[in-house]
Design a protein around this ligand. Structure first.
Ligand code: ZN
Ligand code: ZN
Length: 418
């Protein structure tokens, strides 16, 4: 039985370590309407931590579906000015953002892809530079998950509601490092330090490219931009506030060169995209661009993602995640990127993270592009890591350094291998 204390600990972790809300700061919480009981715990914790004001943006999947079903593409493309103005106001106030996810996958199943794209495009165009706030870590933000019965049903379809919920709750707390008798904040500090150590080792080598191979058929070379920075664990805002954008996180990630990706990658887990679950898919890259692809299920969603814009056919992120990570060991497929991306090495189609490039957060889009970074309205992670994943780092002089063997870190000192 999941007890109430765990929820309080999760709320505290999200508020005080995740977004790390500061005294006098504005906090915006985004959550599904049916988890209001948990959001109240979060809001109380945030005020106790010194937040000046906590506002909540509620969402409901059924209402979102009704909007898509009844509104035209033209109507969905009209994003009112006040949406942008509200965001601009919050950013001027240095607000922080906490997104709590609890929804089941496939929420938009059956909805016309063109309508979803029309809305997304209009939203991205309307928001413009304001999207950099979280992308460049200009303010604190965090995504955390909360178990729900609907989500549990999708993850454990063979079980009763109660059993499924218990199992999902158990695994979500475990991978979030929230236990009855531990101090989650202290655990996350230690974990952040471990990730920082691997990033430091990778940064010291400044690899020209990474070579991935496994028995699933992946044989891929990913060139990295020059002066790249591997990032893992928490981040620091320009105001000097340290925060953890994802709970959980297990990755060290970097910036691929948008023109220097070659070979084939086979996904090792399904991808939940725009409310559809794409399965058994693969890509073949030439000079950074996807030139061939295939999918066993929801192939048209994959087509839509690749066709979205120029940058959605190129990579913006490469991430190393040990196969022995807690999410991976749980053996659970969550149908949610927050968790699933932490089960395996992954790549992202679409825009890059400027923080992965020296001086990148101070560059404009054209400068990041000139350095080999990618730009797109999309950023879609997909998993390709496996138990037998082998990763080599190739240095500028051709030296090859083993990074991963059998799905775990082997790079660097005498430390244990992930
Ligand atoms: Zn990632
Ligand atoms: Zn990503």
């Amino acid at each position: 039985m999941v007890n109430e204390k765990l929820y309080e600990k999760l709320a505290k972790l999200a508020v005080r370590k995740g977004v790390n809300v500061q005294k006098g700061q504005l906090l915006v919480v985004k959550a599904a309407a049916d988890i209001a009981w948990f959001v109240r715990i979060v809001v109380k914790e945030a005020y106790e931590a010194g937040a000046e004001e906590v506002s909540v943006e509620w969402r409901d999947n059924e209402i979102t579906r009704l909007g898509y079903a009844h509104r035209s593409e033209a109507s969905l493309s009209l994003v009112p000015d006040w949406v942008r103005d509200r965001e601009a106001y919050r950013q001027e106030k240095h607000a922080c953002f906490l997104n709590i996810i609890s929804e089941p996958p496939g929420g938009l199943k059956g909805i016309d892809e063109a309508k979803i794209n029309a809305y997304q495009r209009a939203y991205h165009e309307k928001m413009g530079d304001l999207l950099n706030y979280t992308m460049n870590n200009l303010g604190q933000w965090c995504v955390v998950g909360l178990p729900s019965i609907e989500w549990a049903r999708a993850v454990f379809p063979g079980l009763s509601d109660e059993e499924a919920f218990e199992k999902l709750a158990d695994v979500i707390f475990r991978v979030s490092r929230v236990e009855e008798d531990n101090d989650p904040i202290a655990e996350w500090k230690a974990h952040d330090n471990a990730l920082a150590m691997y990033c430091q080792r990778l940064n010291e080598h400044q690899f020209k490219e990474l070579h991935f191979s496994n028995s699933l058929g992946t044989d891929l070379t990913v060139g990295l931009v020059e002066n790249h920075i591997w990032v893992g664990g928490g981040c620091t805002t320009p105001q000097g506030v340290y925060f953890d954008p994802n709970i959980p996180t297990e990755e060290c990630f970097c910036m691929p060169h948008r023109d220097k990706v070659n070979g084939k990658v086979v996904a090792s887990r399904p991808l939940s995209y725009n409310g559809k679950v794409i399965e058994d898919f693969w890509f073949r890259f030439e000079n950074g661009v996807v030139v061939e692809h295939g999918a066993g299920k929801e192939a048209q969603s994959l087509d839509a993602l690749l066709a979205f814009d120029e940058g959605s056919r190129r990579l913006g992120e490469v991430a190393l995640v040990p196969y022995e990570s807690p999410v991976s060991l749980s053996g659970v497929l969550f149908f949610n990127t927050l968790y699933d991306e932490n089960a395996a090495c992954h790549l992202a189609l679409g825009r890059c993270y400027p923080e992965n490039l020296e001086g990148g957060v101070d560059m404009d889009k054209a400068q990041v592009l000139a350095h080999g970074g990618n730009d797109s309205m999309q950023h879609e992670d997909f998993m390709f890591g496996t138990r037998d994943m082998k990763v080599d780092g190739v240095k500028a002089d051709g030296t090859i350094i083993p990074i991963f063997r059998n799905g775990g870190f082997v790079i660097g000192g005498e430390q244990e291998n992930g």
